[in-house]
Design a protein around this ligand. Structure first.
Ligand code: GTP
Ligand code: MG
Length: 334
């Protein structure tokens, strides 16, 4: 049964203390960890909850299940099977954010999708960080201009976030740069565990500041730097897997777009075609809903969508401009 609650009562209903079986002690542990509402709990796996709260695995599973039950009662989550026609109807109304390039938007079926994890990977200078900067601006555009009138959270692991670049992109798109900068929340992270910690705080920004875009540029840098060599590979992949699934749940539960970037590495076993592949192996490949491979082509960039659940493998050409990402002029002029 879906329980009808008024908008203003929803916040109270979502308090962690409303989960069946959560008493004052567990509730206080949640609060101490900065976790206040039920949605936030569901961004964690039971194993995460064990570590964050110091509770048993069984108790963590029980809390996860009860939290999910509560959300379905409140009508915030589907509880059972849906007819595919219903699923299609929901997909057609899914919110998207323009990348700034019509070509790239078309490749993606209309822009970056909320509720999904989109990965851009490619060599240095291929435009990954430029795409991230552009999206932080375009997400703020009104819906009729293919934005979501919302803010962005930016996790910067490589120290390449540049507010000055945001200013230029905002100006070029007719927005007030000062207002645009105020709606982007930047976290510079220093190591993998700091990255995990800051990521846990993202729900607060999503809810308080109406952010609908989460950027992690780049997702793997610290994992790669801290878990070096074959002996650490399986531990690294396990950590990375857990991290990416936290991001994926964030996208699904809060209906935000999560965009991550990733580097390429040489693939010496490839004899034909492009001898590079995305870092992170199968773990990365499976976590991302959409993967876009970027290549340089002179002044332009070529984006290819790979392994998509519903796009055919196809290419799009875009370019890097003062306004961030755009379509090459040759397209219209020649
Ligand atoms: P790594 O992080 O090093 O792996 O690369 P990346 O894929 O993030 O590359 P990035 O997005 O930083 O792209 C850099 C390219 O963007 C540069 O080669 C510039 O050509 C271009 N670029 C950066 N700023 C501007 C700008 O203000 N105007 C224009 N037109 N191009 C810019
Ligand atoms: Mg970059």
């Amino acid at each position: 049964m879906v329980k009808l609650v008024k908008e203003e009562e929803l916040e109270d209903e979502l308090d962690v203390e409303n989960i069946e079986g959560v008493g004052p002690t567990t509730r206080d542990k949640f609060y101490a960890a900065g976790i206040y509402d039920i949605k936030q709990i569901l961004t964690f796996s039971p194993q995460d909850l064990v570590e964050i709260l110091g509770i048993s695995y069984d108790k963590a599973v029980e809390i996860s299940n009860k939290a999910r039950k509560k959300l379905t009662e409140l009508g915030l989550m589907e509880s059972t099977f849906s007819a595919a026609s219903e699923v299609l109807k929901r997909r057609l109304t899914i919110d998207r954010i323009t990348t700034g390039s019509n070509n790239l938007d078309s490749l993606l079926g209309g822009g970056i999708e909320v509720g999904a994890l989109t990965e851009f990977y490619g060599e240095f200078g291929s435009g990954k960080t430029q795409i991230c900067h552009t999206l932080c601006v375009t997400v703020q555009l009104p819906k009729e201009k293919k934005g979501l009138d919302a803010g962005a959270v930016y996790i910067d692991t490589e120290n390449t976030f540049r507010p000055e670049r945001i200013e230029t992109i905002a100006k070029a798109r007719g927005l007030n740069p000062e207002n645009v900068l105020k709606r982007i929340f930047v976290g510079k992270v220093y190591n993998a565990s700091h990255q995990e910690l800051l990521t846990r705080e993202i729900p607060n920004y999503i809810e308080r500041e109406n952010c609908r875009l989460v950027i992690v540029d780049s997702a793997m840098t610290h994992f790669r730097a801290e878990y070096v060599g074959r002996s650490m590979l399986s531990e690294r992949q396990q950590k990375l897997n857990r991290y990416l699934h936290t991001l994926l749940r964030l996208a699904e539960i809060y209906k935000v777009a999560v965009v991550i970037t990733n580097q390429v590495q040489a693939a010496p076993d490839v004899f034909f075609g492009d001898p590079t592949k995305a870092s992170g192996g199968h773990v990365m490949a499976h976590a991302s809903t959409y993967r876009i491979y970027l290549r340089k082509s002179g002044k332009n960039r070529i984006a290819r969508i790979v392994d998509s659940p519903y796009h055919a493998e196809a290419d799009a050409i875009f370019t890097l401009t003062d306004a961030g990402i755009g379509d090459p002029e040759e397209n219209t002029k020649k």
